[in-house]
Ligand binder design. Structure first.
Ligand code: IPM
Ligand code: MG
Length: 368
């Protein structure tokens, strides 16, 4: 097989800072594990707007369609707050998701033991937590038509449309069941079938897919508001949660905070298999561009590094190497190495973004 290709879109804010550490990790795998990647870089978000006047250039979009995986840092920042809606940095990200048709967004929320006391919940509620939210990412109220701000009877009306086809629900349900089979074999589907027709259809299609092809997986359903409550009451009851775009956005932030730090959480956005069998894919940290700490060299690169681990696992079939990288991050945390975001509870001197990269590379070397 030819050398796998990666497109790095570091983006805005702390994106380039954390991505610099990922580049070191990619190089390490090339040198020490003979895993070579053909890496190219380009702009997205505010950085693309500054250079081209649009948050994603057509050429960049075309490149993203061709590579085996995209690694994205973060987009957005206060400098772009007043731009027209269509030019905002976030539109670049949403265009990538939509045009690559990345319908299945995997957001793991895993509580590292060394960080269990950082959660706003009690240690015994979160210690050992290991769940994944599968968020539908290309449809629902983020994209449904009609949408806009219209004039009606002398006042403005804001409209977004929650819309799901059977096929859209079917494919994301399948990806959740497949994932569950490789984990705890349990799926909980969340919607609002009590008040929304799209929720009734969602439940119906998930049931049908389950019955037809995944009866071996344990399936339950929950209204999304109850799901939010259960996530903070007893999160370990879950294994895989599958839900729509908007509920998934909200529930995944909630799940993220259970683990104590947004600076630790990766994500994978996957589409249909390409000709070479690999899924279309983009990997990005769950955290944003963090303008408040940009340029200080103190951001935690772990989420972005762990996103590369997900790329190793889901795009490149390198599960053992993904384990190696995840364990290296865990070892570093276990040794008490902390970036500033992980310092609230303990005090002491935080390590820099680069220091965290150094420590992870040391742990990788020690793993050989
Ligand atoms: C996320 C973010 C995005 C979303 C924004 C940046 C467009 O909140 O990935 O969860 O709403 O999907
Ligand atoms: Mg979000």
């Amino acid at each position: 097989m030819s050398t796998p290709s990666l497109l790095i879109l570091a983006g805005d804010g702390i994106g380039p800072e954390v991505m610099a550490q990922v580049t070191r990790i990619i190089d390490w795998f090339g040198e020490k594990r003979d895993l070579k990647f053909d890496v190219s870089e380009d702009l997205v978000g505010g950085a693309a707007y500054d250079a081209h006047g649009v948050p994603l250039h057509d050429d960049t979009m075309a490149k993203a369609q061709e590579v085996d995986a995209v690694l994205l840092g973060a987009v957005g920042g206060p400098a772009y707050d007043d731009l027209d809606f269509s030019l905002k940095p976030e539109r670049g990200l949403l265009r990538l998701r939509k045009e690559m048709d990345l319908f299945s967004n995997l957001r793991p929320a895993q509580c590292f033991d060394a960080l269990a006391d950082f959660s706003s919940l009690k240690r015994d509620i979160v210690a050992g937590l290991d769940i994944v939210i599968v968020r539908e990412l290309t449809s629902g109220s983020y994209f449904g038509e009609p949408r806009g701000i219209f004039e009606e009877n002398g006042q403005r009306v804001g409209i977004n449309t929650q819309r799901y086809t059977e096929a859209e629900i079917d494919r994301v349900a399948r990806s959740a069941f497949e994932l569950a089979r490789r984990r705890g074999n349990k799926v909980c589907s969340m919607e609002k079938a009590n008040v929304m027709e799209s929720g009734i259809l969602w439940r119906d299609v998930v049931e049908a897919v389950h019955k037809a092809d995944y009866a071996d997986v344990e399936l339950s359903h929950m209204y999304a508001d109850n799901g939010a409550m259960q996530l903070v009451r007893a999160p370990k009851q879950f294994d895989v949660i599958v839900t729509d775009n908007l509920f998934g956005d909200i529930l995944s932030d909630c799940a993220a905070m259970l683990t104590g730090s947004l600076g630790m959480l990766p994500s994978a956005s996957l589409g249909a298999p390409m000709e070479n069998g690999r899924p279309k894919a983009m990997y990005e940290p769950v955290h944003g561009s963090a303008p408040d700490i940009t340029g200080q060299g103190i951001a935690n690169p772990s989420a972005c590094i762990l996103s590369f681990a997900m790329a190793l696992r889901y795009s490149f079939d390198q599960g053992a190497e993904a384990d190696r990288l995840e364990k290296a991050v865990e070892t570093v945390l276990g040794n008490g190495v902390r970036t500033a975001d992980l310092m609230q509870a303990e005090g002491g001197t935080p390590t820099s973004t680069e220091g965290m990269g150094d420590a992870i590379i040391d742990a990788l070397n020690a793993s050989l």
